[in-house]
Design a binder for this molecule. Structure first.
Ligand SMILES: [Zn+2]
Ligand SMILES: [Zn+2]
Length: 819
């Protein structure tokens, strides 16, 4: 009787042994190629859910595969530990955010260890600990000194419920708070920003990266670079000093079609240019638009509303008087806060002109245009018309000609505009890294000297969500002395956006215990950049863009010598259940712990990889995971039972069965290797299943040689090792191999053995030899028939005749009987 497969017994046993033997600890080794494989570190929300497993088990498998291929693999794990949920838990449950966070980390670490990952736990990084955030503050100071961090008053997104400022990215559909779904408002306060816009052009470049094109496109759209011309309109208004109004346009070729101009309601000229009779209407409109979010204002669905302010400017190109309107779809922060209305050639302007009965003047003639009214805006290229000396030229040329003309005459200049805004990093909350700035009445804003870092979070703050940082009410924190004049001073009480913590954590893994700086240069030079990064696509425009900016910024400060943090990126899909996204309210949440307890971590790992293409995700299904469990039980039995079978020895070495087994073994090695390399884990598991089925059949027939059998089993265990590390280790030991399978080389296929064996098939027509063809040995009758009938020489003999019968002798011949 063989032993029973009992994951609950073998899995903890090996996990303890691997940890005790430090199997997965790594250090720099210049004799081997390095490989930095990183999964986005989890937020310390409390419990590891199935989505975490889905993100981590396949990437762990890939990292293990790279280890076995001989790479020196850095595969670390850590925790993104600052942020709102901890503070909200403190408020609602009366637990200190530190306690809540560290309890969650303990639990998540336990769950992660139970997954059997090959993480080097010596390198764990926790962003909320002073030994980490000291360096987050260090980077802030370096960026500040380089002019990349600055303070400015700006309208910000404000969630009245969370009582905090939100980044644009945190405002989701319909202008609601990402966390609590409350409509977001606008508020002006002094904020800290990182000057990410300085890197806009470089961030548009993805050519050195192996990233999904979808993510690159999302980043490009987010940055939103557009080339255009800033055109100046004549402004002659009593009491207004400035004599021009600047308007940014990406379509200078339509300048002769301008019939109105729209200003952002908060444009500084609105107040001065509003005529007395329009004052009340305008004031009402401005007040109304203040209630709206940027997202609402830009939404394509919302009706384009606006108000005439009672003044005009002059179009220098044709002398036209152009009325000024305000409308909240124009943002002060984009371009110049003023846009020209060209209703004939812009859909939004067209709707606006129709609504307010403004003229629509065609200046780009559509092909075949008869001169009639347009039924909708014509936004494509065409021929310039009603545009004075530019008439008759194609609009693409007109774009350049008008831009040149504007620059020559001083009517405007070419410029580039971006949708990307500077990164707002201030948070009026407690649970984040304090911004290391001191305000002194005499010296102004003074950076905390690096030697005084970290600026510690006081443990005794109150967590009332007042809209101001809880640190403001913590006198022992606020009151300090000025580092310059030693007079009394106050500390900045805002904390940093947690996305800063996650913009550099991958650097910390290279030397996680280093006390003299954020990292040891030499170690970063050895390990970075990250070779393979994996995580969810929801991070396309926040984390992934911020981390790229961060690396470029500190590169320019000579702290690192590479341009990009993540060379390769893979986004996994999501796991759903009962055809829906998992959520507590739907009651369809899959708890990984219970499945691990019942079926084992290896089964959960293998099932998640089998469920579907990793980038697409899949649907959790209990019958599916039970099938995978049965497969691993069968595999266990197959391997151990095989130990007791006396397979024929040398005599059988050259038998067809032994040859075929070797061929299948090497073919499987090839397919599994290629699949793991391309993250095609589902087909990889399918090949392994096929292989075990084949082995079961071969073992029952007993015609194979003992050595072919043992080679096959050895290959099977090595191929399984990255996916089911515990099962593979246990069977490796039980089949008399030396510990540890995870320090073995991944098998390499023999090209000749893996190649499909070729045979020569004779083709006869009515029993006479007519041709011969070389085909794979695995060919079946239908395939043989099809190939035989398609041979030109055979066709000549059967032309115009009917094939009445086909005689197929496997591996030998096809005889076509024709009449
Ligand atoms: Zn909120
Ligand atoms: Zn001072």
């Amino acid at each position: 009787m063989i032993a029973k497969y009992n994951p609950a017994e073998i899995e903890p046993k090996w996990q303890e042994k691997w940890a005790a033997d430090r199997v997965y600890e790594v250090r720099e080794d210049t004799t081997r190629p390095k490989w930095f494989e990183l999964t986005m570190f989890p937020y310390t929300s409390g419990d590891l859910h199935i989505g975490h497993w889905y993100a981590m088990a396949p990437s762990d498998t890939h990292a293990r595969f790279k280890r076995m291929q001989g790479y020196n693999v850095l595969h670390p794990m850590g925790f993104d530990a600052f942020g709102l949920p901890a503070e909200n838990a403190a408020i609602s449950r009366g637990i200190h955010p530190y306690t809540w966070t560290m309890q969650n980390i303990d639990n998540m670490r336990r769950q992660l260890k139970r997954m059997g990952g090959c993480w080097d736990w010596n390198r764990e990084v926790i962003t909320c600990l002073p030994e980490y955030y000291k360096w987050t503050q260090f980077f802030f100071l370096r960026l500040y000194n380089a002019g990349l961090a600055y303070r400015a008053k700006a309208p910000v997104n404000w969630c009245p419920r969370c009582q905090t400022v939100l980044a644009n990215e945190q405002v989701v559909e319909e202008g609601r708070c990402e966390r609590c779904d409350t409509p977001v408002m606008k508020k002006d306060i002094e904020q800290w920003f990182f000057r990410i816009t300085r890197y806009a052009d470089e961030l548009l470049e993805h050519h050195s990266l192996h990233w999904p094109e979808r993510i690159n496109t999302m980043q490009r759209n987010w940055i939103g670079r557009s080339e255009g011309v800033e055109v100046s309109f004549d402004l002659n208004h009593p009491g207004v000093e400035t004599k021009e109004l600047r308007v940014f346009t990406t379509r200078p070729d339509t300048i002769f079609g301008v019939t109105f101009i729209v200003l952002a309601p908060e444009h500084p000229l609105v107040e001065k240019l509003t005529s007395p009779e329009c004052r009340i209407k305008v004031a009402e409109y401005v007040a109304r638009s203040r209630q709206k979010t940027e997202i609402d204002r830009l939404s394509a669905e919302s009706e384009k509303d606006g108000v005439f302010i009672g003044s005009c400017v002059t179009n220098k190109f044709n002398g036209d008087r152009v009325p000024l309107w305000i409308a909240d779809y124009v943002l002060l922060s984009y371009g110049t806060g003023a846009v020209m209305g060209v209703p004939a050639h812009d859909s939004r302007d067209f709707a606006f002109a129709r609504r307010f009965k403004l003229p629509i003047r065609v200046v780009i003639a559509p092909p075949g245009w008869s001169g009639g009214e347009l039924r909708e805006a014509y936004v494509n290229q065409g021929t310039m018309t009603s545009s004075a000396q530019f008439d008759g030229i194609p609009s693409e040329e007109g774009w350049k000609a008008i831009a040149d003309f504007a620059e020559e005459k001083g009517y405007g200049r070419r410029t580039v505009s971006y949708r990307l805004r500077d990164w707002l990093i201030s948070r009026q909350r407690y649970w984040g890294a304090p911004i290391p700035i001191i305000y002194c009445d005499r010296c102004g804003a003074v950076p905390v000297p690096e030697r005084d870092l970290p600026v510690l979070l006081p443990p005794d703050a109150e967590f009332k969500p007042t809209g101001e940082s809880p640190l403001k009410y913590c006198e022992s924190f606020v009151n300090t002395s000025c580092p310059r004049c030693y007079g009394s001073a106050r500390r900045e009480t805002d904390t940093m956006d947690t996305f800063i913590c996650s913009s550099w954590y991958f650097l910390r893994y290279a030397s996680p215990h280093h006390g003299e700086g954020p990292f040891e240069q030499e170690k970063v030079r050895y390990w970075l950049p990250v070779d393979q990064y994996t995580g969810g696509a929801e991070h396309a425009v926040m984390h992934l863009l911020y981390a790229r900016f961060f690396v470029k910024a500190i590169r320019d400060l000579n702290l690192v010598d590479f341009d990009e943090p993540f060379v390769r990126l893979f986004n996994q899909g999501i796991i759903i259940a009962q055809r829906q996204k998992m959520s507590k309210s739907r009651g369809n949440v899959v708890n990984p712990d219970s499945y691990v307890a019942e079926l084992g971590a290896d089964v959960v790992r293998a099932y998640l990889m089998f469920i579907g293409p990793w980038e697409q995700g899949g649907e959790w299904d209990d019958s599916g995971i039970n099938g995978v469990s049965r497969w691993l039980h069968r595999t266990w039995n197959l391997v151990l039972e095989g130990e007791d079978i006396a397979f024929p020895g040398e005599k059988a070495e050259n038998s067809d069965a032994a040859r075929e087994l070797r061929h299948i073994t090497h073919k499987t090695i090839k397919k599994v290797t290629e699949d793991i390399e391309r993250f095609r884990f589902n087909t990889m598991v399918a090949y392994l299943m096929e292989f075990t089925n084949y082995l079961a059949k071969a073992s029952a027939e007993r015609a194979i040689s003992a050595s072919a059998w043992h080679e096959a089993i050895e290959a099977l265990l090595l191929l399984l090792a990255p996916t089911t590390p515990h099962l593979a280790e246990e069977l490796w030991a039980r089949t008399g191999h030396s510990y540890s399978i995870h320090n073995q080389c991944f098998p390499v296929w023999d090209r000749d053995l893996a190649a499909e064996e070729q045979i020569t098939l004779v083709i006869q027509v009515n029993g006479k030899f007519r041709d011969k063809i070389v085909v794979p040995v695995s060919i079946d009758e239908a395939e043989a028939r099809e190939i035989a009938l398609s041979q030109p020489r055979v066709k000549a003999y059967i032309q115009g005749k009917e094939v009445t019968k086909l005689i197929y002798v496997p591996r030998k011949l096809v005889n076509l009987v024709v009449r």
